[in-house]
Design a protein around this ligand. Structure first.
Ligand code: ZN
Length: 482
């Protein structure tokens, strides 16, 4: 009985949405009239993240029956997205996916984790746990940075599962998949408790870094992730059959990959800025297999919050993909989805030269503390990877950074992170302050880490007015002549 009521409401909500979008209802009124329905209907949301995965490779290698990518594209809406003009590094991009704001706001610059940004820019976990603590929130990942984001802020995820590297990244992703399936099936024991699960897989990115984005190993990793998603969707179907409760499923990536073996990503080539969002909304079979020309990774957190009836921040960069008229108005029903998505990917290009250079500079400088942090010890070798790519000006800058590194030898993570934050600020990262108040502190003793990193994170940078001469100095143009 409860189930059929939910289903009826869901259908009505979709009808209202379509009518609302067609008649030009504003976002605010559309949101308020729908939120009550969505709160009742969308109690299960699964977000699947596949790191460093090019949509072009999915279409080439995993767009076939039996791949979860294809299954989900056939039942949902797919958008070929881009993060051109934003840093193509995992930490900043997953922070955008999980906060709904871009790096000019959250200010995350690299993969050296700091909890501080999420105090000002709460995550989807924080907002769900604060406004709807009865929602079961869970993260399952094999890159600890993701687990750390889910644990940050005053209202962390209820359940936080991390899998260490186990033999191969394909095997480690298989462990994530098995745990995701287990947790989905466990939800049937408590059908009245709403769920938000984030399942993160890393093998595509790792294959890209080790073999290149154009390698057979990368293609195989994409195929493997598609197979994992298919298994997860089968578990959802099983849970749905038991409880009648439908699930909304979203799949996304943080960035793409260069095709050749080298630095992997971090710069502004279309292969690196390439992203996608697949959005399969519970009960939305009418729009199955269609394409949206206006999805962005910043829309994911606002969408999830709207599905759970949580109020949206006024300073989000994204908007709910199912209710915002600007987004729903960009829906198209292509005859050939693969061809349409390939055409959309082909339309994305480079940013203007100024942004290209500023973001390249930020990536070079932000890479040093990450490497010093112990993931890769040979900075010279990594910088050489950038030098070898012969990117206009940036490769020269990397050569310059090599000289600096040779000269200063013993620079620490904290010092270089501090410097990188300064350069990042000057190039537009973290320059926009929130206009919404932070979430109130949770009850209980406050958690002060007291680390040097936390202290550095509290530093604020003021932006001087840069003129061309300053910018040339900042870019080290003189050194590039060498
Ligand atoms: Zn990544």
């Amino acid at each position: 009985m409860a189930t059929s009521l939910k289903k009826a409401l869901c259908g009505a909500a979709v009808a209202t949405l379509v009518a609302g979008a067609a008649s030009g209802v504003g976002p605010a009124s559309a949101a308020s009239s729908l939120s009550a329905d969505w709160m009742l209907t969308a109690e299960n949301v699964l977000l699947i993240g596949t790191d460093g995965t090019n949509l072009s490779k999915i279409l080439e290698y995993a767009y076939n029956e039996g791949s979860g990518f294809r299954t989900l594209m056939d039942q949902g809406i797919t958008g070929a997205a881009t993060e051109v003009n934003h840093t193509t590094i995992s930490g900043p991009s997953w922070s955008t996916i999980l906060t709904g704001v871009w790096d000019d706001k959250h200010g995350v610059i690299n993969n050296v984790f700091s909890a501080e940004p999420y105090n000002s820019w709460p995550t989807v976990f924080n907002l769900l746990e604060y406004f709807r603590p009865e929602v079961n929130t869970s993260v399952i990942a094999d890159w600890e940075y993701i687990n750390q984001i889910a644990d940050a802020g005053g209202y962390p995820a209820d359940s936080n599962t991390f899998f260490e590297f186990d033999g191969s990244w394909a095997n480690t992703d298989a462990l994530v998949t098995a745990e995701t399936i287990s947790q989905i099936l466990q939800t049937t024991a408590n059908p009245d408790i709403p769920n938000f699960l984030f399942s993160y897989q890393v093998q595509a990115d790792e294959a890209g870094h080790t073999f290149g984005g154009g390698s057979a190993e990368y293609a195989q990793a994409v195929i493997n992730v598609g197979s994992n998603i298919e298994q997860i969707l089968a578990a959802i179907a099983q849970a749905q059959a038991e409880t009648g409760d439908e699930w909304t499923v979203i799949v996304t990536t943080d960035h793409g990959h260069q095709q050749s073996l080298g630095f992997g990503h971090g710069f502004q080539s279309p292969n690196e800025t390439s992203q996608f969002v697949i959005f399969s909304l519970a009960g939305n079979s009418d729009q199955a297999g269609s394409q949206n020309l206006n999805y962005s990774i910043a829309d994911i957190t606002p969408t999830i919050l709207q599905l759970f009836g949580v109020p949206l921040r006024s300073d989000f960069d994204g908007a709910p993909m199912h209710t915002d008229p600007e987004i729903t108005g960009s829906l198209v029903q292509p005859e050939d989805l693969k061809q349409a998505l390939t055409a959309a990917i082909g339309m994305y290009g480079y940013p203007n030269i100024g942004n290209d250079l500023a973001l390249g500079l930020r990536t070079v400088v932000a890479t040093v503390p990450y490497l010093l942090n112990g993931v890769v010890t040979d900075i010279d070798k990594m910088l050489q990877g950038i030098v070898d790519q012969d990117i206009f000006l940036i490769s020269g800058l990397a050569a310059f950074a090599q000289q600096i590194n040779d000269f200063f030898g013993g620079l620490t993570v904290d010092v270089t992170q501090f410097l990188a934050r300064g350069v990042a600020y000057l190039t537009g990262s973290g320059v926009i302050a929130p206009t919404d108040a932070p979430l109130p502190p949770p009850p209980g003793p406050a958690d002060f880490s007291g680390s040097v990193e936390a202290l550095l994170a509290d530093q604020t940078f003021t932006a001087p007015d840069l003129d061309d001469a300053d910018l040339i100095g900042l870019l080290g143009i003189d050194a590039l002549a060498a």
